[in-house]
Design a protein around this ligand. Structure first.
Ligand SMILES: Cc1cc2nc3c(=O)[nH]c(=O)nc-3n(C[C@H](O)[C@H](O)[C@H](O)COP(=O)(O)OP(=O)(O)OC[C@H]3O[C@@H](n4cnc5c(N)ncnc54)[C@H](O)[C@@H]3O)c2cc1C
Length: 416
C-alpha cells in the first residue's frame, strides 16, 4: 500500500478500516543469504539498502525485542553534518543527503525538519575552533555560518546572555541540521525492507554465532539455529557482547546516555541549540515538549537507566543556559546504552572471520548516521569492499594508530 495525503483523507472518511500492517510477521526460515543481527536504525537501513541497492532479498533481520525498541527510539533526534575530521566529515555529509530524500524514498513521514542547529561559542578560542569547523563543513559541501553575538541574540533571545561563567560570544549555525521523528525512521526502513522481501523477525535473540574453520555459518537464536553465508552485527550498545560470541574483543565500552522531555509548551525553540561547555543540547518536539540531554553517565553499564548525578548535571546546564526552562515540568527521562569506541568514531568493517561483518561504535552520532551506515554496510556486505565514505571506519585503526579522535580527548571511551 502506498501512503499519501489522499489515502489519509479517504481512510478518515471511511472509518480507517483499510490500513493493513506495515510489515509481515514471518517465522524464521532455516537459511538466508544474509542475516542482520539487530533491528535498530542501522540494522533496518542495512537490510533496506541490501535489498534496494544490491538486489539481495533473501535476508532476515533478527531482533531480540521489538523493532525500534533500542536506541533508535530513545535518542534526542538530532540530525546534522558538522563533523570536522576527514573520515567522519564525508560520511555524515553523505548521511545528511540521504536524510534529505528519505521521506520520498521510503514513502514514509519521518518528520525530518531542517530547523537548523546552532552551536554556541563561549570564548575567543572556541569561536576560532568553530570557524575552522565551519570552513571544513563548507569544503565538504555542507553549509555553515559563523554568527556574531547579535545574531545569536536575535535568534534565541531566551538564552541567558548576562551569565558570566560561560558568556556567549557567537555561534556556528548549520541550517541544514535539525531533527526527525526517531521511531518513524525505524518503521519507515522496516516497511521498506519488508516490501522488498526482507524477513523482519522480532523476539528472536541471537545467542551464538556459528563459525567453522574461520568461516561464518549462521547463528543460534532463541527461535532455533539459522544458517547464512553472511552475518552482520548491528547491535548498538550490545556490540561487545555479540562480538564476544564470535570470540572477538572490540575496543568499545558501553555507557548509558540519558534524555529528558518536558510537558508540551507553546513553540519557543525553533532550532537545535548545542551548549558545548555544559554538554547540553535542546530542541522542541512537534508536540511541544522540550527534548534535551547531556553527557554520558561516566561508568560502563548495560542498565538502560541513568544515575541521579547526571540528571542534576543536565538540569544545571539547562538552567545556566536558559533560566526560563526552570518553569517547565520534566515529564519523562530515559536512558539508552551506547557503544563508546576508543576514539569516539564508528566501525564499519569485515572481521577476521569470513562472512562476519561489524557495524558498531555508534554513540552521540548514531541516529543521524543511520541512513549512511546502512548504505555503507550494505555496500560492504554485498561487494566485500568498503564504501568510499566509510573507508576510514576500519577495525584495525586502533592497532595501526589511524584513529579519528573528533573531540581530541584521547583514548578514554567516556570522554568522547
Ligand atoms: C538518550 C540518547 C540520545 C541520543 N541522541 C542522539 C541524537 O540526538 N542524534 C544522534 O545522531 N544520535 C543520538 N543518539 C545515539 C543513537 O541513538 C544511537 O547511536 C543509534 O540509534 C544506535 O544505532 P541503532 O539505531 O541501530 O541502535 P538500536 O536501536 O539500539 O539497535 C540495536 C538493536 O539490536 C538489538 N539487539 C541487541 N543484542 C541483540 C541480540 N543478541 N540479538 C538480536 N538483537 C539484538 C537491540 O534490541 C536493538 O534493538 C542518542 C542515544 C541515546 C541513548
Amino acid at each position: 500500500m502506498r501512503y499519501s495525503g489522499l489515502k489519509v483523507i479517504t481512510e478518515g472518511l471511511f472509518g480507517n478500516k483499510g490500513w493493513g500492517p506495515a510489515w509481515r510477521n514471518p517465522a524464521p526460515k532455516a537459511e538466508y543469504d544474509a542475516i542482520i543481527i539487530g533491528g535498530g536504525g542501522h540494522g533496518l537501513s542495512t537490510a533496506y539498502y541490501l535489498a534496494k541497492n544490491h538486489g539481495l532479498t533473501n535476508i532476515a533481520v533478527l531482533e531480540k525485542g521489538y523493532l525500534g525498541s533500542g536506541n533508535i527510539g530513545r535518542n534526542t533526534t538530532i540530525v546534522r553534518a558538522n563533523y570536522y575530521m576527514p573520515g567522519n566529515s564525508e560520511f555524515y555529509s553523505h548521511s545528511l543527503k540521504l536524510w534529505e530524500g528519505l521521506e520520498a524514498e521510503l514513502n514514509y513521514n519521518v518528520m525530518h525538519s531542517q530547523r537548523g542547529q546552532l552551536i554556541l561559542a563561549h570564548s575567543d578560542g572556541q569561536r576560532d575552533t568553530l570557524a575552522r569547523r565551519g570552513n571544513a563543513m563548507i569544503n565538504q559541501g555542507d553549509d555553515a555560518e559563523l554568527w556574531t553575538l547579535d545574531q545569536v541574540k536575535d535568534f534565541a533571545p531566551y538564552l541567558d546572555f548576562a551569565q558570566t561563567r560561560f558568556p556567549i560570544y557567537g555561534g556556528l549555525m548549520h541550517k541544514r541540521g535539525g531533527t526527525a521523528r526517531h521511531d518513524a525512521v525505524a518503521w519507515g526502513y522496516a516497511r521498506g525492507a519488508d516490501r522488498r522481501g526482507v524477513d523482519l523477525i522480532q523476539n528472536c535473540e541471537v545467542t551464538g554465532i556459528d563459525i567453522e574453520n574461520g568461516v561464518v555459518k549462521g547463528v543460534q537464536t532463541t527461535r532455533g539455529a539459522i544458517r547464512a553465508k553472511k552475518v552482520g552485527m548491528l547491535v548498538a550498545g550490545r556490540s561487545s557482547q555479540v562480538a564476544a560470541m564470535a570470540g572477538m574483543r572490540l575496543p568499545i565500552e558501553s555507557h548509558v546516555l540519558q534524555a529528558f522531555v518536558t510537558e508540551g509548551l507553546k513553540p519557543i525553540i525553533d532550532s537545535v541549540i548545542s551548549f558545548g561547555m555544559g554538554h547540553f543540547y535542546i530542541s522542541q518536539s512537534d508536540k511541544g515538549g522540550l527534548v534535551f540531554g547531556g553527557d554520558l553517565d561516566f561508568y560502563a553499564s548495560y542498565a538502560a537507566r541513568g544515575n541521579l548525578p547526571m540528571v542534576e548535571h543536565v538540569m544545571e546546564a539547562a538552567m545556566t543556559l536558559m533560566p526560563m526552562i526552570g518553569r517547565a515540568k520534566v515529564l519523562r527521562s530515559w536512558g539508552g546504552i551506547m557503544d563508546m569506541s576508543v576514539d569516539g568514531s564508528p566501525i564499519i568493517d569485515k572481521t577476521h572471520i569470513e562472512g562476519l561483518f561489524v557495524d558498531a561504535g555508534w554513540n552521540y552520532g548514531g541516529f543521524k548516521a543511520a541512513p549512511a551506515s546502512g548504505w555503507c554496510m550494505a555496500h560492504l556486505m554485498a561487494t566485500g569492499e568498503p564504501h568510499e565514505v566509510a573507508r576510514r571506519f576500519r577495525l584495525d585503526r586502533f592497532r595501526t594508530g589511524h584513529v579519528m579522535d573528533e573531540e581530541a580527548t584521547g583514548s578514554q571511551h567516556n570522554l568522547h
